[in-house]
Design a protein around this ligand. Structure first.
Ligand SMILES: C[S@@+](CC[C@H](N)C(=O)[O-])C[C@H]1O[C@@H](n2cnc3c(N)ncnc32)[C@H](O)[C@@H]1O
Length: 291
């Protein structure tokens, strides 16, 4: 059975209970500190087609001792694989529009699954999970260290004793090399409706002091004659989190670092080469914190 939950979310954004309606998420402050994916939810699947991590997460979910939770799930790129396998599965995202896209895929999924619109820093969950996953470097979109610590504490809280969290991050050394500030064409993608294509232009730069990157993403939608039909601009901010910084935060939240991989083939992390940091964190079996 698939269920959907609207939820009143935190101090950061608020969404009221709205079963099945397209209710707008209303910012609770004038400046949002979360990236807003609502304006690109309908085109996200056209330009994000990555599959490199799906087998990895499916294998980890198969080993999980208890229900599986995916955070910052978006339109369900990874959720589709996990929920489709029939595990007891929950996913969470802050963007109602991203979840609307996910919900449209849900009838094809098997097993018991549910999606919740909520902030990862303030999870409205009483269930306890054997595995929590945060794919696609999404944790880095929490650019405020206080938010990172809140999310980490929430993950620890919702895990069963002995449960694991898999958090994927950019390798800061490698990712920084591509933050040149130059505008470049990332790709041209077919859109599902009307024979239109979309160009994605990206201009990404790094603040050397704060280690926060800002990526200005321009989506140019072209009609069948190649004329521009419309344009959208999205700003995405993300933090380059260093290895000691993340490890310290995980330990402070009560985790042990069970593993750090540098890629989805489980290669060792090499600081100036590996494409990713794939952290596997463990909550102690007695349910407390590691001493
Ligand atoms: C890069 S997308 C990744 C989506 C999906 N995991 C994937 O692999 O395609 C990041 C997602 O994080 C969500 N997000 C950002 N801040 C959030 C927060 N504070 N709480 C929950 N979700 C958040 C966004 O709405 C967006 O869907």
């Amino acid at each position: 059975m698939w269920t959907r939950h609207g939820h009143s979310v935190s101090h950061r954004r608020q969404a009221s209970e709205a079963e099945g309606t397209r209710e707008q998420l209303t910012p609770s402050r004038s400046t949002l500190d979360s990236n807003d994916y609502d304006p690109v939810a309908d085109i996200y699947d056209a330009y994000v087609r990555a599959e490199f991590d799906l087998d990895f997460f499916a294998a980890e979910a198969a080993r999980a001792d208890g229900p599986v939770l995916e955070l910052m799930a978006g339109t369900g790129r990874v959720s589709e694989r996990l929920a489709g396998a029939g595990w007891d599965f929950t996913c969470v995202d802050l963007s109602r529009e991203m979840l609307q896209v996910l919900w449209r895929k849900a009838p094809e999924w098997e097993g018991s699954a549910r999606a919740i619109c909520a902030d990862v820093c303030d999870l409205p969950l009483t269930t306890r999970f054997g595995l929590v996953v945060i794919p696609f470097h999404s944790f880095a979109e929490l650019t405020d260290p206080a938010d990172q610590r809140s999310a980490m504490a929430e993950i620890h809280r919702v895990l069963l004793p002995g449960g694991r969290c898999i958090c994927t991050l950019h390798n800061p050394v490698v990712r920084a090399r591509s933050l040149t500030g130059e505008r470049e064409l990332r790709g041209t993608f077919d859109l599902p409706s009307g024979g239109n294509v979309m160009e994605l232009w990206v201009e990404a730069s790094l603040d050397a002091v704060t280690r926060i990157a800002e990526s200005v993403q321009t989506y140019r939608i072209l009609d069948s004659s190649g004329e521009m039909a419309s344009e959208r601009v999205q700003k995405v901010r993300f933090a380059l989190i260093e290895r000691p910084e993340f490890e310290g935060m995980a330990r402070a939240a009560g985790f042990r670092v069970a593993q750090l991989y540098g890629d989805y083939e489980r290669g060792e992390f090499v600081s100036d080469e590996s494409p990713h940091m794939i952290w596997i964190l463990e909550k102690p079996a007695d349910g407390g914190v590691w001493g």
